[in-house]
Write a protein that binds this ligand. Structure first.
Ligand SMILES: [Zn+2]
Length: 76
């Protein structure tokens, strides 16, 4: 029991953006992950300094965070 990670790995960038812009809250698990994960911690910092989500993606060199292909999206 070392690292606390969501099942899909890092916290999704759009979740961090929502958190940084006070649109949504992180779950306790996500929050803990951000605390212990340099990469996600950095991403939150970038979100706080960026005017738009697009600017965040550019800064982090990510084109789109929504196509990771995990099981987050389910038809039903
Ligand atoms: Zn992470």
């Amino acid at each position: 029991m070392g690292y606390i990670l969501p099942s899909s790995g890092h916290v999704r960038l759009h979740r961090l953006w929502a958190f940084a812009t006070f649109e949504d809250e992180l779950t306790p698990t996500e929050h803990l992950h951000v605390l212990y994960c340099d990469q996600c911690h950095l991403a939150v910092s970038v979100c706080l300094q960026s005017p738009t989500f697009g600017a965040v993606l550019k800064t982090l060199n990510r084109e789109d965070d929504s196509d990771d292909g995990d099981d987050e999206i389910k038809a039903g």
